[in-house]
Design a protein around this ligand. Structure first.
Ligand code: CP
Ligand code: NVA
Length: 301
């Protein structure tokens, strides 16, 4: 296993499978009320520069369930919010706690925390990546489909942090990945460069029907991510036609599952009808954040 969890592309297929196997085990044991004290006496610092429900609660609960403790540190309450450099914050926190999870804007801050600190750093979402979410997504896909190799994942919408991490993580894990997004909203260059080595297993198009044809999994995310609120109105116009609805789902496989990292905007990236028809797998995906987080925490800390 790597020392940190910064980007999906830092993980090998073996690393991913190891995390998912451990998460499956922890999920099974949780359902059977088997307790673990794998992180007794350990503390996780959680720094948030953006809002969060799932990431915050799954990490905090996960630390508690493993016998450890989590500190929720909103950036506005820290000196980092008043300009204290990340490199100093990293060196100070390294002397108090056993790991740092950070949700922020610029990915560079996560890399800098890892560079200047001496403890594991976990990326809890940046403008470029959301690896913790993609691990939970892969866990859910494997639960529903029984395997990852050859499964066709179709992502519809904004070429954002989710798209980037799904492309790199999905291809590494053995999935075929197709992405449909409007011109001007393509995934980041690092993800497209990474995908080049996977040849026909990757497709980028602006045709949602071409991307979704025969898919095992249809994935979508908000049109305006956190930090893009000022562009939201323009995005509502630019993303017309990129909604996951029953018509789109009808050209996927009959047993297609829908995934959404949440929060969802019904009537925008997904219709209420499509969302509710696939709520079971979407909320299983949300639950799996907890099990995957625990696996990552136990392995890194
Ligand atoms: N999917 C996800 O990361 O949710 P939160 O923003 O609520 O943490
Ligand atoms: N792309 C979304 C994901 C939220 C979990 C955002 O960054 O806001």
């Amino acid at each position: 296993m790597t020392k940190h969890l910064l980007r999906m592309q830092d993980l090998s297929k073996d690393n991913i499978i190891e995390i998912l196997n451990f998460a499956d085990k922890l999920k099974h044991e949780k359902k059977n009320n088997i307790q673990h004290n794998l992180l007794q006496g350990k503390t996780l610092a959680m720094i948030f520069k953006k809002s969060s429900t799932r990431t915050r609660v799954s990490f905090e609960t996960g630390m508690y369930q493993l016998g450890g403790h989590a500190l929720c540190l909103n950036a506005g309450d820290l000196q980092i919010g008043r300009g204290e450099p990340v490199e100093d914050t990293a060196r100070v926190l390294s002397r108090y706690v056993d790991g740092i999870m950070i949700r922020t804007f610029a990915h560079q801050e996560v890399d800098d925390l890892a560079k200047y600190g001496s403890i594991p750093v976990i990326n809890g979402l940046t403008d470029e990546e959301h690896p913790c979410q993609v691990l939970a997504d892969l866990m859910t896909i494997r639960e529903y489909k029984g395997k990852l190799d050859g499964i066709k994942l179709c992502y519809i919408g904004d070429g954002n942090n989710m798209a980037n991490s799904l492309i790199t993580g999905g291809l590494t894990a053995g999935l075929k990945v197709s992405v449909a997004c409007p011109d001007g909203y393509k995934p980041h260059k690092f993800a497209l460069d990474f995908a080049e080595q996977y040849g026909d297993n990757f497709l980028l198009t602006n045709d949602i029907f071409k991307a979704a044809c025969g898919a095992d999994v249809i994935y979508t995310d908000v049109w305006a991510s956190m930090g893009m609120e000022a562009d939201a109105q323009q995005r509502m116009i630019d993303f017309q036609g990129y909604c996951v609805d029953n018509k789109l789902l009808s050209i996927a496989k009959d047993d297609v599952i829908v995934q959404h990292c949440l929060p969802a905007h019904r009537g925008e990236e997904i219709t209420a009808e499509a969302f509710e028809a696939h709520a079971a797998e979407i909320f299983e995906e949300a639950e799996n954040r907890l099990h995957v987080q625990k696996a990552v925490l136990a392995m890194l800390l």
